[in-house]
Write a protein that binds this ligand. Structure first.
Ligand SMILES: C[S@@+](CC[C@H](N)C(=O)[O-])C[C@H]1O[C@@H](n2cnc3c(N)ncnc32)[C@H](O)[C@@H]1O
Ligand SMILES: [Zn+2]
Length: 281
């Protein structure tokens, strides 16, 4: 996949011309740097919800090289990742291109690179992507710094788009949130799938599903990840968070699976994560 052929200006959706170490929009003349081999396609247009401010904010979270969400050492998050990858495998969808929106350190992008011909990992934080590139540099993965509400890719490209802990995990609200959903659909091929996962209170699940429906996505399936007991213990025992015993407990997949079995007894009230499989019709 030649990324230069599929990227567009995040500001005006115009064609981008490749110049040494940068891209220039043929239409609005905006210049976008390539930093550490990563195209930084963040709109400089302040009226576009100040993407530069957003990038600064998330970059600061990643400033000291650690995962601010500590996802990779959490059993519940790893089980969520495993669930999503298995879901894609089970769909037997055409997976020429998977777009991972809000990809952070690229953990999922890397997993997708095994089941998909090409993967694009997109995140507003360049700091996160530099780390992702270090960890998961591969022929078929490309990382781009951009914002979910103006994805700098041509339309009808991706077979699968994923916003994993996306809409809520990225704190998207108002029109930015609406635009992120619209953009996920624009870049998706017809009959392609978007996967939305988010951490919510069970009483918020129905509103979340309705919100996705309002954006003319057809809901193919909704899954509840039975992880509420795990989070109850994580937050309930917060005072112990620095002890090695508790860290081991939180990272144990065996314990995660056991807690998940117990949570499943409570149906969707036993979940904090929802996962929606939506189709573009
Ligand atoms: C809660 S983390 C989720 C990371 C990853 N998807 C996962 O499940 O492990 C949210 C990520 O979204 C990124 N992010 C926040 N706002 C964004 C935006 N408007 N566009 C793209 N990425 C954004 C953050 O930098 C962060 O890496
Ligand atoms: Zn432009």
């Amino acid at each position: 996949m030649n990324i230069n052929e599929i990227i567009i200006c995040p500001n005006c959706q115009g064609e981008l011309i490749s110049e040494p170490n940068k891209f220039r929009c043929k239409n609005c003349n905006s210049i976008y740097e390539v930093s550490s081999n990563i195209p930084v396609l963040i709109s400089h247009n302040n009226s576009l919800n100040s993407q530069e401010e957003l990038a600064k904010y998330f970059d600061s979270k990643y400033a000291n090289d650690e995962d601010p969400w500590d996802y990779e050492s959490s059993a519940a998050e790893k089980m969520k990742y495993e669930f999503v990858v298995n879901l894609i495998k089970s769909m037997k969808a055409n997976t020429g291109l998977i777009l991972d929106v809000g990809c952070s350190f690229g953990y999922l992008s890397n997993k997708f690179s095994v089941v998909s011909k090409n993967v694009i990992g997109l995140d507003v934080s360049l700091n996160a992507l530099m780390k992702a590139n270090e960890k998961y540099k591969k022929e078929n993965i490309t990382f781009i710094s951009a914002s979910a509400d103006s994805i700098p890719l041509k339309e009808n490209l991706a077979d699968v788009v994923i916003l994993c802990d996306g809409l809520n995990g990225m704190d998207l609200i108002g029109t930015v949130r609406d635009n992120a959903v619209k953009e996920s659909k624009r870049v998706l091929k017809d009959n392609g799938f978007t996967i939305f996962t988010d951490y919510l209170k069970p009483e918020q699940f129905d509103t979340y599903i309705e919100y996705i429906k309002q954006h003319s996505y057809e809901i193919k399936n909704v899954y509840y990840l039975n992880d509420r007991l795990w989070y109850k213990l994580k937050y309930g025992l917060h005072a112990m968070r620095k002890t090695s015993v508790f860290k081991k407990f939180l990272s144990s997949i065996a314990i995660g699976k056991l807690l998940s079995k117990i949570s499943s007894i409570f149906g969707k009230s036993g979940s904090n994560h929802i996962c929606i499989l939506a189709v573009k019709k």
